[in-house]
Design a protein around this ligand. Structure first.
Ligand SMILES: Nc1ncnc2c1ncn2[C@@H]1O[C@H](COP(=O)(O)OP(=O)(O)OP(=O)(O)O)[C@@H](O)[C@H]1O
Ligand SMILES: [Mg+2]
Length: 450
């Protein structure tokens, strides 16, 4: 999929970079047109139809932003990868906001370049095939893990196949279900969601299959269940792993026979639904533990979609953080950018609550922020974490040597005096650290190495 030769525009004024990147793109089997300045780039854009554009942000006669703007007018679907000369999160994040597909920092990591190109072309393919980028675009992320998920979604969404979405809490299972539904053939039909975990054992069957008047005390009138309401459309059974065993038998029967009876009823009602299930439990383990019927497991596990945990796709974190920052900036009317240290702190966290935890953290930090930037101290404590260095309170006007001294000592104290660990975190050799400590003579840290 996504194979075949493509035409890529590369804009960079640095000869050696242009040559290296051209080489890499050719090796991937694509054609390249290389422009050394904005003028040539704009000319190529008028003349040719590209599949992907890679452009340097800083050009001798202008900016990569102008390349982006022209493309957005002409062919908004073409992904643009921005190459930024300085590795500041800010400029990277700014380019993301301008609508670039991704950014690369210089010096360009060639492996990262290859992955970025492959993923970008793959998504172009998907969007062309499906003719609907929107639903998938809502799932933010360019990592190969999430690209695989999006690819699988487009492959299976249009069929009526039953899909099981697995993933830890907050990984975007419901988002995936929404995307599947919205690009399926049933997108205009009903979409009924049921969270099995919140239904009581007593009510679950009536909830799913409906009931007849008088079926049980309290059933004062006939009621349609979710299966009936979803007829002709899609039914999403969320947290299916929590379903009680008795109800599992009934569910299995409905899935096999495609018909059911309301609780307390005798009429058999045929139903045409597309089923999507989600769970944050390990269903296979539940089967082994006797908590989930194996036959039902096989029945719903036709196509399995695994939502990756955030810690396994940390490369998506800056994009996601910026996505949520914009969302909540707009909601609260607060427009502050992240301080670089905030993004660094986000990257250090392990995200047991996945994307939802990130979203909540960003929302909170936007609200708590004041001043120019969203600073790390606006993050919840468990995220700011013990790992974040105590903020150095540096007086203005210090010499660089003094700043270095204070920073080294603060790192040392952060690591409880462990010089080997401190040296590692400072990115210097242990010997160098000893030498520097020694030079701060009079200081008790300056003892000789054994
Ligand atoms: N890739 C993503 N891009 C943008 N937002 C996302 C992404 N993944 C998750 N979210 C957001 O994170 C939150 C949690 O996502 P969702 O409800 O789909 O997760 P879930 O896996 O169903 O979680 P749970 O197991 O807790 O029900 C939602 O607000 C959703 O919009
Ligand atoms: Mg959910």
């Amino acid at each position: 999929m996504g194979s075949g030769e493509r035409l890529i525009l590369l804009v960079d004024d640095h000869d050696a970079t242009r040559e290296t990147l051209t080489e890499v793109i050719r090796e991937l089997g694509h054609q390249v047109l290389a422009a050394a300045n904005l003028f040539m780039a704009l000319r190529y854009i008028e003349e040719k139809r590209f599949d992907l554009v890679l452009t340097d942000l800083k050009l001798p006669d202008g900016s990569g932003k102008e390349v982006l703007n022209r493309l957005r007018q002409k062919s908004p679907e073409i992904p643009v990868v921005m190459i930024t000369g300085y590795a500041t999160i800010d400029s990277a994040v700014e380019t993301v906001r301008m609508g670039v597909y991704d950014y690369l920092t210089k010096p360009v990591d060639l492996d990262r370049l290859r992955t970025t190109i492959k993923n970008a072309l793959r998504l172009v393919d998907l969007e062309r095939r499906v003719g609907l980028g929107g639903a998938l675009d809502a799932i933010v992320g360019h990592s190969s893990r999430i690209s695989e998920v999006k690819e699988l979604i487009t492959q299976v969404a249009r069929t009526d196949v039953t899909i099981l979405i697995e993933g830890e809490s907050g990984t975007g299972k419901e988002m995936a279900a929404n995307a599947i539904q919205s690009i399926s053939r049933r997108s205009n039909a009903s979409f009924v969601k049921v969270n099995v975990a919140v239904l009581s054992k007593e009510l679950i069957e009536s909830e799913l299959f409906g009931h007849e008047k008088g079926a049980f005390s309290g059933a004062i009138r006939q009621r349609k269940g979710r299966f009936e309401l979803a007829d002709g459309g899609t039914l999403f059974l969320d947290e299916i792993g929590e379903m009680p065993l008795d109800s599992q038998v009934k569910l299995l029967r409905v899935l096999q026979e495609r018909e059911f009876e309301r609780v307390g009823g005798t009429e058999t009602i045929p139903v045409d639904i597309r089923l999507i299930c989600a769970t944050n439990l390990n269903l296979k383990k539940r089967v082994e533990d006797g908590l989930f019927r194996e036959d039902l497991y096989f029945r719903i596990n036709v196509v399995r979609l695994r939502m990756p945990p955030l810690r396994e796709r940390l490369e998506d974190l800056p994009l996601l953080a910026e996505h949520f920052r914009q969302k909540y900036s707009a909601r609260y009317g607060i427009d502050r950018k992240f301080a670089p240290e905030t993004v660094e702190a986000l990257k250090r966290h392990s995200w047991p609550g996945n994307v939802r935890e990130l979203e909540n953290a960003v929302e909170g930090s936007v609200v708590r922020s004041s001043g120019e930037f969203i600073r790390a101290e606006c993050l919840p404590e468990e995220i700011r974490g013990a790992a974040s260095p105590p903020l150095l309170d540096l007086a203005p006007g210090l010499s660089l040597a003094e700043v270095e001294r204070q920073y080294i000592l603060s790192e040392l104290s952060r690591h409880e005096g462990n010089k080997a660990v401190a040296a590692k975190s400072l990115g210097i050799g242990l010997k160098t650290l000893y030498r520097k400590l020694e030079a701060y003579s009079g200081d008790e840290e300056g003892e000789e190495p054994e």
